[in-house]
Design a protein. Structure first.
Length: 193
């Protein structure tokens, strides 16, 4: 006497492809979070001061710090940085116009600091008749390549997650219908094909 066990056929594609779609969705979430952190939270001014005022901050080369000025100043305003020994730190003027609006205050990015080494630095923005009422700030200005990387990476991962999910669900549904047709017993009174 022999007994044969019939295994129910597996739906194709397998559920593991939904896990792949979930991984793409998590990658999309990581790109969105990273883009928000670098372009919004990272760009918030960390310290504000008036023209002619000197502030002391601890900086490191990896921070890509820069100077901001509010709408009462001008994108042509000049700021300086010196290390503890009084040596000037290179300041690169921002070639384009980058503005941020935070709590109804519009900040213009003036320049980037080329910090040579980690340490304490004195920062000041020059005072003259046109900058008396202006407020300045130091922060990490957003960079266009970071925004582009976050946008392209996020869109790619989102598209891959959506496409994988749709393809898997459509093909599983089609396979389920096919299995239902092939395994259904013929209706009584209907001759077999």
């Amino acid at each position: 006497m022999s007994v044969s066990l019939l295994r129910s056929p597996q739906l194709r594609p397998r559920r593991r492809w939904l896990v792949v779609a979930m991984a793409f969705a998590l990658a999309w979430l990581a790109f969105v979070t990273w883009g928000f952190r670098t372009s919004v939270l990272g760009a918030l001014p960390q310290r504000t001061f008036a023209a002619g005022e000197t502030v002391t901050m601890r900086l490191s080369p990896g921070e890509r710090m820069g100077f901001y000025v509010d709408e009462r100043g001008s994108p042509g305003d000049r700021c300086q940085a010196h290390d503890q020994a009084g040596r000037p730190v290179p300041v690169r003027t921002e070639p384009g116009q980058i503005t941020l609006t935070i709590n109804n205050v519009t900040w213009h990015v003036l320049s980037h600091l080329d910090v040579p080494a980690e340490g304490t630095y004195q920062l000041t923005c020059l005072k003259n008749d046109s900058t008396v009422d202006a407020r300045y700030a130091v922060g990490t200005p957003p960079q266009a390549r970071d925004l582009v990387t976050a946008a392209v990476g996020g869109l790619t991962c989102f598209a891959a997650a959506a496409a994988t999910t749709v393809v898997v669900l459509v093909r599983r549904n089609a396979h389920r219908r096919q299995l239902t047709r092939t395994t259904a017993p013929p209706a009584s009174g209907t001759p077999p094909n």
